[in-house]
Write a protein that binds this ligand. Structure first.
Ligand SMILES: [Zn+2]
Length: 257
């Protein structure tokens, strides 16, 4: 069963404040409207967190976050916890909880909330409609919606028209993967094992290679990430490695033309 709680809570905010587009507000304004104490400070091991006090809540965001889009997504995620999980004791949010991979329903709900708040479904669909998929498109989405490339990639995987796979690895090992709905290929059985030797992700782990924007779509073959049947070993695929150097993680976006 799909959990729509995050999406519903985000739509409720749009209605409550009479908003019609993601460009109608700053996330900070919504935080202030809820009378939440907001601070930015150095948080050594996390991007953000929310603490519920007796009468007020406080959101802390890591002042070292480099990208405005990532910061905005983190604030929206914490606001989602406020809207849905008031009173709970929540863990600090690291890039891993913010990157959508399996973590229990509260993290999933907060990410879904942030996603719908910042990239509403109807607005997103009309933005990507009739545009070919490419790394450049993900950068355009992130710029238009003022969010991170990572969250743009996850949003695209959910509701974009071109089918994708996402592979998330940390310290060389594959943590998790996800595919677009109705797009099935058999992924190699390498969860918790090193990413494939011929993947773009491994080029980063082995040689710290990060491709320039123009070269971010690297050609690979189907057999890099997927089980094949001999005849389709060399079918052309593409991989775009979204690297977070500080945390030694790679989100690999993989697609066929
Ligand atoms: Zn969280």
């Amino acid at each position: 069963m799909i959990n729509y709680k995050g999406k519903v809570a985000a739509r409720r905010l749009y209605e409550e404040f009479g908003l019609s587009s993601s460009h109608d507000f700053e996330v900070e304004d919504l935080v202030h409207a809820r009378d939440i104490i907001y601070e930015e400070k150095a948080l050594p091991h996390s991007d953000g967190r929310i603490v519920f006090g007796k009468s007020k809540a406080m959101i802390s965001i890591n002042s070292e976050i480099q990208y405005a889009g990532r910061k905005r997504f983190t604030i929206a995620h914490e606001l989602g916890h406020y809207e849905m999980h008031r009173g709970s004791k929540l863990p600090e949010d690291t890039p891993l909880t913010l990157d959508y991979f399996k973590h229990g329903s509260q993290e999933y709900e907060a990410n879904e909330f942030a996603t719908e708040l910042l990239m509403p479904e109807h607005e997103f669909r009309s933005f990507v409609q009739d545009r070919a998929f490419s790394p450049e498109l993900l950068r355009e989405i992130a710029a238009y919606f003022n969010t991170s490339i990572t969250s743009s990639a996850f949003r695209y995987l959910q509701i974009g028209p071109h089918p994708l796979f996402l592979f998330y690895s940390r310290n060389r090992n594959l943590v998790y993967w996800k595919n677009s709905p109705n797009y099935y290929l058999t992924v190699k059985d390498i969860i918790r094992l090193p990413v494939p030797d011929d993947s773009v992700a491994m080029e980063f782990y082995d040689h710290q290679t990060i491709y320039s924007q123009e070269e971010s779509a690297q050609e690979i073959v189907k057999s890099t990430w997927f089980e094949t049947r001999g005849y389709d070993d060399n079918a052309p695929f593409y991989e775009y490695a979204i690297v977070t150097k500080n945390y030694n993680t790679v989100l690999s976006v993989v697609w066929e033309d």
